[in-house]
Structure formats: structure tokens, C-alpha cells
Design a protein around this ligand. Structure first.
Ligand SMILES: [Zn+2]
Length: 203
């Protein structure tokens, strides 16, 4: 008889598999998380499960800026304190958190939900670009800041948008250099990001 490997009970295996699907979680971490949850008091486990269901049920995209929100329009788009003539374009919702941490930006945002990447088959139509152009129609926006990631896809996306927006007579700027090349905006520290925002230049 061939030796049988002992595998965890079905529900435990399933939980390990689910964790393994998450970004940055290898098989060992997945197993560790699953066993941690097994040892948790039931109330804690239930609360975690409910939090996961809650984000799926209650979070929608803001109909104006496309950011994740539980109220539509989102709190930033609704705020009377924000400068509505300034729109900062980012790739992902997490980039907004990074820019908000600098405390230096008082305009509105627009989330593309990705960047142009021919290699991955992602073109302009797969991003929230038409929604952005729709926002620029009424003439209230004076400046669009392109804050895509400082990598190949981010640069290509910024260039594409610049060609579309410049002819509308709107000032188009991008973040100053100094951000780590190839990196993601969301990982930039506040000081660097704040400086990049301050030193933005026309493209
Ligand atoms: Zn919004």
C-alpha cells in the first residue's frame, strides 16, 4: 500500500485554499491563518466573516469619482470644502488614501481602476476613462493632475489621457519626479508624495 498523506479535514482545507488565493499569501501563511481562525473564539470568527460579506454588499463605486464608497456620491465628492476645479486621476482606490495622508490635496479625485497594459489585454475601454471625460464636459474643472504609477503602464496611461484632455483647454499636470520608479503610488511615503504633488508640472 502506498503511504497516505494526512490532509486537514475538508472545511480546514477549504479555508486554507481560500486564503492561498489572496495576494501575497503563500501556502504556509494560508495554513497559519486557517489554524489561527480555528483557535479564535466563535464571536471573533463570525465578526471577520461578516466584515467580508459587508464590504461586498455595502460598498459601491461612487458615481462621480468611481472610488469605493458606502454613500453615493462619496464623502469627498460631497464635501463643500474640496476644490471642485481640481481633479487628481489615480489608478486605484488605495492611491487616494496615500494622497489624503499627505494632507496637501484639497481637490477631487478620479479612480481609473487600473492602467493601460497591452500585455495584460487592458485597453482604455476597460478603465473608467469615459466617466472622467464626462466629468470634464461642463467646464468647471481647470486642472487635471495625472497621478498614475511611475511605471511603464502608468506612464502610457498618463500620456493617453493627456492627449484626450489637453485639447479641451484644461491644464494637465503630472506629479513631479522623485517618486520611486517602477513603484506603486500607494507605497510612497507622505513627504515624497506631498513634494511630488507640490512640484507637479505641465505635461
Ligand atoms: Zn466620489
Amino acid at each position: 500500500m502506498s503511504p497516505k498523506y494526512v490532509t486537514p479535514a475538508g472545511p480546514v482545507s477549504r479555508l486554507i485554499e481560500e486564503f492561498h488565493r489572496l495576494p501575497g499569501i503563500g501556502p504556509k501563511s494560508a495554513a497559519r491563518l486557517a489554524y489561527y481562525i480555528l483557535r479564535m473564539p466563535e464571536a471573533g470568527a463570525r465578526s471577520l466573516a461578516e466584515a467580508i460579506i459587508d464590504v461586498k454588499e455595502k460598498i459601491v463605486l461612487c458615481s462621480v469619482c468611481q472610488n469605493l464608497t458606502d454613500v453615493d456620491p462619496c464623502s469627498i465628492c460631497q464635501s463643500p470644502e474640496r476644490d471642485r476645479s481640481l481633479v487628481c486621476v489615480v489608478e486605484e482606490p488605495l492611491d487616494i488614501l496615500a494622497l489624503e495622508r499627505t494632507g496637501q490635496f484639497k481637490g477631487l479625485y478620479h479612480v481609473l481602476h487600473g492602467a493601460i497594459s497591452p500585455m495584460d489585454g487592458i485597453g482604455p475601454d476597460d478603465l473608467k476613462m469615459s466617466q472622467l471625460l464626462g466629468r470634464l464636459k461642463d467646464g468647471s474643472v481647470r486642472e487635471v493632475i495625472l497621478a498614475t504609477n511611475p511605471n511603464l503602464e502608468g506612464e502610457a496611461t498618463a500620456m493617453y489621457l493627456q492627449r484626450l484632455i489637453s485639447p479641451l483647454g484644461i491644464r494637465v499636470t503630472s506629479l513631479a519626479r522623485g517618486l520611486p520608479v517602477g513603484g506603486d503610488l500607494e507605497y510612497a511615503d507622505e513627504v515624497t508624495l506631498g513634494r511630488a504633488l507640490e512640484g507637479r508640472r505641465e505635461v
